[in-house]
Design a protein around this ligand. Structure first.
Ligand code: SF4
Ligand code: SF4
Length: 512
């Protein structure tokens, strides 16, 4: 037992850091929100001002209570409504608690939480812990918070601090990949967020983004509108009058004007696959889909049409909108029912499609179909590495560095395959960057919801990329492509393009 040494002592910044009380709880939790560090289910006595200093109202033991036949009577026996009134005078009315409502718990599936042995081996892998060195910003601390929410010690409707700590999680699953106990962290954070969303609702930003991505027609219309405003110069003009938040949204908006997906026909296909077109990928990276289809065609594999498919629902699941995630999953299960292999070229979508079995496990009519689809999903690099062992992908003299998308490396364990494919392009030099598998800060719409943390992750990522002096950055997820491209733009390095693995293979094949 025992994590990094700094956990054992107080925080270097003192015993109160960013509104958190620091100290040891159950021997492990270092910094905890005030709600968790108090006796279970009993409201804390209200603070009163006395002698120029704020103090806690005297507890039963200090008040010189009357006794009757040796039994205490008085303050301790006061009914809950009495304490509630006293607290109500000191707190906003909606925070006044009685013993009954202080025990409100948020219901969600905590299966796997009990596997955590608090060893702390995940702490060094966690990007947010590396930024803050706060236990509550670590996987172990967040698991502790999840447990406290589930058993009612924390009421998420009243504890903004707890929700902030959980919101700051990237859901990158780096902790899950190194956990010796097999704690299913990714699933637990999604379940927790679903519980929190039920109790508190989703943020306005989240609602708008989630509503948009599950409507492909809307994304297409927005892309067309942005494309026109780009060409006419209107976007540049409007940008000057935008608030900082909207300017950030504009800077991180998916690219417009890239060619749409064009299916590639194969004369005598040896095999066929379905391709997940997704939401952002379909609207903004259609040419990556075309490149995927061309590389597959080179191997004699045809991409079949699957018109009923839609957004995979990964963003909805990560944000706690489970109902919409389930609706989208059902639509995709029906659409891909007849495909033998379902290929994905967006790491986040692939990881989520592979988890459909869990998402629908409690729906009897869908569970089997969901696990059937999940077993047929392959990331494109996983599929190509397995089916093109002796293939010559041609020549492309270029120096590149590869960024591991979190949901490919940590969630799907796919690290070697993209590198193996790149190594088969003659003339291509792959230079590994430092910490290639540390999150770039994209993480769905994390870079919009948590801009400060996202920027603190992006800065060292761009440093690591530029240190390799690459001609291009290669990755395998649209979110990473957007985030890294934005970081390079900020440094004035638009000469370094960000490419998908299949784009590199396609360019090499086209140059033959
Ligand atoms: S999540 Fe895993 S690695 Fe992290 S503290 Fe718990 S058991 Fe250890
Ligand atoms: S998912 Fe990523 S950010 Fe969240 S606790 Fe795990 S390692 Fe940290």
């Amino acid at each position: 037992m025992g994590g990094p040494r700094r956990l054992a002592g107080g925080h270097p910044a003192g015993d109160r850091v960013r509104g958190l009380r620091c100290g040891r709880l159950s021997g492990e939790l270092h910094c905890v929100p005030p709600e968790i560090d108090r006796p279970r289910h009993f409201p804390q006595s209200p603070r009163i001002r006395r002698g120029g200093r704020w103090r806690r109202r005297a507890g039963a033991g200090q008040r010189g209570l009357q006794t009757r036949r040796g039994r205490r009577v008085g303050g301790g026996a006061r009914p809950a409504w009495h304490r509630s009134r006293a607290q109500g005078a000191l707190r906003p009315a909606r925070r006044a608690r009685t013993r009954a409502n202080a025990r409100v718990s948020t219901v969600f599936d905590t299966t796997g939480l009990e596997r955590c042995i608090h060893c702390g081996l995940c702490l060094e892998a966690c990007p947010t812990y590396q930024i803050t060195h706060l236990e509550t910003e670590s996987p172990r601390g967040r698991l502790h918070l999840m447990g406290a929410i589930a058993d009612g010690r924390i009421d998420v409707r009243a504890s903004d601090a707890t929700v902030v700590h959980l919101d700051r999680c990237l859901a990158c699953r780096a902790c899950e990949a190194v956990c010796p106990s097999g704690v299913p962290y990714g699933r637990l954070i999604e379940e927790t967020r679903a519980g929190i969303a039920q109790a508190r609702g989703t943020t306005p930003l989240g609602r708008v983004l989630l509503w948009s991505v599950s409507r492909p027609w809307l994304l297409r219309a927005m892309a067309a509108l942005l494309s026109v405003s780009d060409r006419t110069g209107l976007r540049r003009l409007v940008r000057r009058f935008l608030s900082p938040g909207l300017r950030r949204l504009d800077a991180l908006a998916p690219p417009v004007g890239r060619p749409a997906y064009r299916p590639v026909r194969v004369a005598s296909p040896r095999s066929s696959v379905a391709l997940v077109l997704g939401c952002v990928m379909r609207a903004s990276y259609g040419d990556v889909h075309t490149a995927t289809a061309r590389v597959l065609a080179h191997l004699g594999t045809e991409v079949i049409d699957t018109p009923g498919q839609t957004c995979c629902g990964a963003l909805h699941a990560h944000a706690g909108d489970k109902a919409e995630a389930v609706r989208l999953a059902k639509q995709n299960i029906a659409a891909f029912e007849r495909a033998e292999v379902v290929l994905v070229n967006a790491a986040g979508c692939g990881a989520h499609l592979k988890s459909y079995a869990h998402l629908l496990e409690d729906r009897p009519n869908w569970a089997e179909r969901a696990s059937g689809l999940a077993s047929r999903v392959r990331d494109v690099s996983e599929y190509l590495a397995a089916t093109s062992a002796d293939e010559d992908f041609g020549e492309l003299p270029i120096r590149v560095t590869y960024q591991d998308p979190c949901h490919l490396a940590h969630a799907q364990g796919i690290r070697a395959q993209p590198r193996a494919l790149l190594s088969r392009v003659r003339g291509l030099e792959l230079v590994e960057m430092a910490d290639a598998d540390v999150c770039c800060g994209s993480a769905g719409y994390y870079n919009l919801a948590q801009p400060e943390y996202a920027d603190r992750l992006l800065e060292p990522k761009i440093d690591a990329i530029l240190a390799t002096r690459p001609n291009a950055v290669v990755t395998a997820n649209p979110g990473c492509m957007l985030q890294i491209a934005a970081g390079l733009r900020t440094r004035g390095r638009t000469d370094v393009p960000v490419l998908h693995v299949v784009e590199v293979l396609d360019r090499a094949l086209l140059a033959r």
